[in-house]
Design a protein around this ligand. Structure first.
Ligand code: SIN
Ligand code: FE
Length: 292
């Protein structure tokens, strides 16, 4: 069965009927990927030069932009180019926001804007530790940025100029991932959350939810036999297409591809139409504990 629900649009600011919105929300909350095959992010002529890994710092996998502070991280370029790169990321961020606002009206008042990223480095053959290796199936969880149960909703756009698709593997549903990896999650040390915060190793408190999600993330990536044998499908996101996915719920791995833009949003579970489908509520049900 396909994991994609297609949204037919050419414009970032299209309007959607209530029926289309309802179906889109239902699909994304069930862990499907909303695929917009004809929604392209348009580069300005003088932005084409940014399609090169040379603009990312050698060890970085992406350049990230914080719209609130207007700071760009991990970009390597002159001031003039830095400003134009920022303009490009700002425009993508605004268009991605427009898209999710129009597609998910019930989320609008609760949706929080996260980072924007530009990923100009070829994914295949990138060397990293197993925890940072995104070619392994995983659900997103980040050591320094606890999300305390909030959903991670991401908009991606493939802007590859050479016809190269972004190849992902998508794994089994979250309920199955959780059932498989929860038994091997170790206890969170009493006081560790406060210590991590005090040492500034985390930006906010690492809740029990974050602890469990990180261990599931690491457990999945560490298990090479799981990587090969878990139920999975390959998806090729064409250049000139965009897609929306909740990466805390959908098991995914990026296998190859170069040049995507990505915008992160956070959504409190309470803003979902069906909160029971969130990783937080599923994990609370399985563990019998409150995790935030
Ligand atoms: C990831 O979130 O694991 C990587 C996705 C991508 O860059 O395509
Ligand atoms: Fe990921």
């Amino acid at each position: 069965m396909s994991l994609l629900t297609e949204i037919n649009t050419h414009e970032w600011n299209s309007s959607y009927s209530t029926d289309v919105s309802k179906k889109a929300i239902d699909a994304i909350e069930r862990g499907r990927i909303l695929y917009c095959p004809e929604l392209a992010f348009q580069l300005l002529p003088d932005e084409n030069e940014f399609l090169s890994p040379a603009f990312a710092e050698p060890k970085a996998k992406n350049i990230s932009f914080n719209r609130n502070t207007q700071l760009l991280r991990c970009a390597k370029c002159t001031i003039e180019k830095y400003d134009r790169l920022k303009t490009m990321l700002q425009r993508f961020s605004e268009q991605a926001e427009e898209l999710v606002h129009r597609l998910f009206p019930p989320y609008v008042s609760a949706l929080q804007l996260g980072r924007t990223s530009f990923r100009p480095v070829e994914v295949a053959g990138r060397i990293s530790s197993y925890r940072k290796d995104d070619t392994r199936l995983h659900v997103d969880a980040f050591p320094a940025t606890p999300n305390q149960g909030r959903r991670i909703l991401r908009v991606f756009a493939n802007i590859n100029p050479e016809g190269q698709a972004r190849h992902w593997r998508v794994g089994e549903p979250f309920s199955e991932v959780a059932a498989r990896f929860l038994p091997q999650v170790s206890k969170q040390w009493v006081g560790s959350a406060s210590l991590l915060k005090w040492l500034r190793l985390t930006k906010s408190k690492r809740t029990a939810y974050d602890h469990v999600m990180l261990q599931i993330h690491d457990g999945m990536k560490a298990d090479l036999s799981y990587q090969q044998t878990a139920a999975q499908q390959s998806i090729y996101f064409a250049p000139g297409s965009s897609w929306i996915v909740q990466t805390d719920q959908v098991s995914h791995a990026a296998m190859s591809g170069q040049h995507v833009l990505e915008q992160t949003f956070y959504l409190p579970v309470s803003a979902m139409i069906n909160p029971a489908l969130s990783p937080l509520k599923m994990l609370e049900k399985l563990t019998g504990r409150i995790l935030t």
